[in-house]
Every structure is written in structure tokens, then in C-alpha cells.
Design a protein. Structure first.
Length: 94
């Protein structure tokens, strides 16, 4: 059985996927082959959408299930909804 990811691990995953998606969107126009450039654009948009959906599904308060704000890839100290302390290394599942 795989160990569950902590809130910090989820935040890093979200930021990495979003960053790579943005890079692909920026650099797609520099490729001369139109099919390859459209593929990079589609991959970049797909990664951005994936990062948003991933954050909505997994980056939640373990106490009340409210979505957490993602600020610079770090985990907040307290939940904005229930006010309970969040441990960045604890299990992120509800």
C-alpha cells in the first residue's frame, strides 16, 4: 500500500504541473512545425487544467474538506473555513 501524500507534497505537485504547463504554452510558438507547436500548446493547456482539477480534488483541509489557498507552493498554517491547525506533513485526505 502506497503512503498517502502530505499537503506539502500536493502543493509541490500542483505548482510543478502549472509551471510546466505555462512553459509549454509560452514556447509553443517557437517550434517551426505547426503540428508539433499545436501539440505543445495542447499539452500545456492540459497540464494547467490538470493542475486545477488536482488542486480541487486533493488540496483540501483534512478536517472539514474545504479547498485550501495555494500561495507560492506552501501549505497554510490554518484552515480558512474551520480554523483548525494544518500540519503540512500530515495526510491530506478527508
Amino acid at each position: 500500500m502506497k503512503p498517502k501524500k502530505s499537503l506539502h507534497d500536493h502543493a509541490i505537485t500542483i505548482v510543478n504541473r502549472g509551471f510546466i504547463g505555462i512553459l509549454l504554452i509560452i514556447f509553443y510558438k517557437y517550434f517551426p512545425h505547426p503540428v508539433l507547436s499545436l501539440g505543445l500548446l495542447a499539452a500545456g493547456v492540459g497540464l494547467l487544467v490538470n493542475a486545477i482539477l488536482y488542486s480541487r480534488k486533493y488540496y483540501k483541509c483534512p478536517h472539514c474538506g474545504a479547498p485550501l489557498p495555494l500561495k507560492g507552493g506552501s501549505c497554510p498554517d490554518y484552515c480558512m473555513d474551520c480554523g483548525k491547525k494544518l500540519d503540512a506533513d500530515s495526510d491530506a485526505s478527508v
